[in-house]
Design a binder for this molecule. Structure first.
Ligand code: NAD
Length: 392
């Protein structure tokens, strides 16, 4: 099969196995080129480990700290006729590289919200690692089936209180137009908190703690985005922001229960499969890329994660805010950086999109998420989409 990108709206429905593997190796090489993570984790569970920030968390733990890793994710396996999802290829490539390096790496491909997957993870930790000293919670999902009630909750990306009209870039048609988003009702807000809030993080820690598979000094971290003025109406002060606030509550609960030292980490805006689905974000991220690349402060997932480990999780002087969150969005939120973005924001048009913003970089990064546009990969080659993986 010749595998070329099939983009539909804000998703790409296929993925290139060799391109995905090359991306994983590139992130591993980045970590290997840094100093080892002093005092880093040894046995790690990463929930949401196959793409974006979770994959980078796993790579940084394994190759920066020699950690054994168990990864949990929900990805589509390949068939003779269809490629796998990118995360499937990423995880297979990660395991292969980890095994070559002599590191323990196993994965569960299943619904992390379910009791079954939690029980399976606990059994594997007991059998293979004994206990874990770091649990990374990096899920991004549009829906969640409550394991207690079987009810399916769907999240919404809507403002709260009043409607919001914003400039939006349609990445399919390259059109910039105003979109108006109607405010969420109470039910929608509650459902979004159910899906993206802290409840499932707490359920994981509770189950792991009751099973006795957390070390006494275990740490746990969940990821959030806060942003600034331009994104607040659709992110920080919107339904997703409300759900993310619930992570702060959960972190306090987990820490005070003595299960683990829990923190929320605030990461920067980046193109991932999840962020590309959020209105306003593609245009904002294209501007962030433009300004931060010019400033020399641009970072991808792996750079952010290396800093989270070395400047947050594994240092005696972490950069914490007043809500006890690790701040890795410091460079994005510098007032002078935000001022430049805010100045450019109203000036962007369809005509000057490629000059005023780094939409080119955004597009390239978006395709790269699915293994396309990666140097050294022959996209005209006829290859099999089948990659063997030993996921549970
Ligand atoms: P992503 O879409 O790249 O990764 C999501 C991961 O969750 C994948 O591994 C996927 O397989 C897994 N997943 C989804 N549903 C699952 C399920 N039911 N069971 C098991 N696994 C499941 O997303 P991302 O952008 O890396 O987001 C990860 C976290 O980082 C989220 O909490 C997100 O809010 C946060 N964050 C993202 C950004 C950004 O700009 N992308 C910025 C700051 C914080």
């Amino acid at each position: 099969m010749i595998i070329q990108p099939k983009v539909r709206g804000f998703i790409c429905t296929n993925a290139h196995p060799q391109g995905c593997a090359a991306n994983v190796r590139e992130q591993i090489d980045y970590i290997k080129a840094q100093s080892p993570i002093d005092g880093g984790p040894k046995n790690v569970l990463v929930v949401g480990a196959s793409t974006g920030y979770g994959l980078a968390s796993r790579i940084a733990a394994a190759f920066g700290s020699g950690a054994n890793t168990l990864g949990v994710f929900f990805e589509k396996p390949p068939t003779e006729k269809r490629t796998a999802s990118a995360g499937y290829y990423n995880a297979a490539a990660f395991e292969e590289e980890a095994h070559k390096a002599g590191l323990y790496a196993k994965s569960i491909n299943g619904d992390a919200f379910s009791d079954e997957v939690k029980a399976q993870a606990i059994e594997m930790i007991k059998q293979d690692m004994g206990k874990v000293d770091l649990v990374v919670y990096s899920l991004a999902s549009p829906r969640r089936k409550d394991p207690k009630t079987d009810e399916l909750h769907s999240s919404v990306l809507k403002p709260i209180g009043k409607s919001y009209t914003a400039r939006n870039l349609n990445t399919d048609k390259l059109e910039i137009s105003d979109i108006t988003l109607e405010p969420a009702n109470e039910e929608e807000i509650a459902a979004t908190v159910k899906v993206m809030g802290g409840e499932d993080w707490e359920l994981w820690l509770d189950a792991l703690s009751k099973a006795g598979v957390l070390t006494d000094d275990c740490k746990t971290v969940a990821y959030t985005y806060i942003g600034e003025q331009l994104t607040w109406p659709i992110y920080g002060h919107a339904t997703i922001g409300k759900a993310k606030e619930d992570l702060d509550r959960a972190a306090k609960e987990i820490t005070s229960s003595g299960q683990a030292d829990a923190h929320v980490a605030v990461l920067k805006a980046l193109v991932t499969q999840s962020s590309s689905a959020i209105p306003v974000m593609p245009l904002y991220i294209s501007l962030v890329y433009k300004v931060m690349k010019e400033e020399g402060t641009h970072e991808g997932c792996i750079e952010q994660l290396y800093r989270l480990y070395t400047e947050g999780l594994y240092t005696d002087s972490p950069r914490l805010d007043s809500d006890n969150r690790y701040r890795m969005d410091d460079k994005e939120l510098r007032p002078e950086t935000q001022a430049k973005i805010e100045k450019l924001w109203p000036e962007v048009t369809e005509e000057n999109l490629f000059d005023l913003t780094d939409y080119k970089g955004y597009q390239a990064d978006f395709l790269k998420l699915f293994g396309f546009g990666v140097a050294g990969v022959d996209y005209d080659a006829d290859i099999s989409p089948i990659v063997e993986a030993n996921f549970q």
